[in-house]
Design a protein around this ligand. Structure first.
Ligand SMILES: [Zn+2]
Length: 210
């Protein structure tokens, strides 16, 4: 793992990284635990598939979101309007049940000299989402990283997501989404700026991409 410069370092234990074979064996154990026979024909390739799926679900541990923002910022004189990226697809997994969290993120900032390609903002969301998460922490991580690296006049992040651990188990309540927000700088201190952002993300007819 690369060293990260933000306070949000994933809790990675360097030693004891299991081999692919050990990971597949662990899946076979869970298959047996569920009451199935991992040697049954239909399940033979399942452990390998599950381990490959894990590589996708948790690919964020290989990414350094700070690097995305550092590499691409440019000095842009005089641009100080709100930049908003709406409806960024979020695919994450809750750290309590390792079940999907799926929804949307809206990210805005008020540049102060530095702007970044909007795709980089989406990549920051992805890098933190593709980890074992809780939504509150994910929201704060995205906002804080943008704030630290771009040093804008403000950052706003809203995530609206459904948690499969509420749908498929426990209270079994489908259709419920959780909304979390993290506001920094002017978005926190200036109600007008915050209202403008909330109006933009809730109005589907406005196209504010810069
Ligand atoms: Zn959960």
């Amino acid at each position: 793992m690369t060293t990260r410069s933000t306070e949000f370092k994933p809790e990675i234990v360097e030693q004891d990284t299991p081999t692919r074979q050990q990971a597949e064996e662990a899946v076979r154990t869970l298959i047996r635990w569920a009451g199935e026979d991992p040697a049954r024909e239909g399940l033979l390739d399942t452990p390998a598939r599950v381990v490959r799926a894990y590589e996708e679900h948790f690919a964020g541990y290989q990414d350094d979101p700070v690097e995305f923002l550092q590499r691409t910022f440019e000095e842009v004189e005089g641009y100080d309007e709100m930049v908003v990226l709406r409806d960024i697809r979020v695919e994450s997994h809750c750290e309590h049940h390792m079940l999907p969290i799926v929804g949307k993120a809206h990210v805005a900032y008020l540049p102060d000299k530095r702007v970044v390609g909007i795709s980089k903002l989406a990549r920051v969301v992805d890098a933190y989402a593709k980890r074992m998460q809780i939504q509150e922490k994910l929201t704060a991580q995205v906002a804080t990283t943008i704030d630290e690296i771009l040093q804008p006049n403000g950052v706003a992040v809203v995530i609206d997501a459904a948690h499969e651990c509420m749908t498929l188990r426990g209270v079994h309540k489908p259709g419920v989404t959780m909304v979390t927000s993290h506001m920094l700088g002017r978005f926190r201190t200036d109600p007008k700026t915050r209202r403008e952002f909330m109006a933009i993300i809730s109005n589907p007819s406005i196209n504010t991409h810069v």
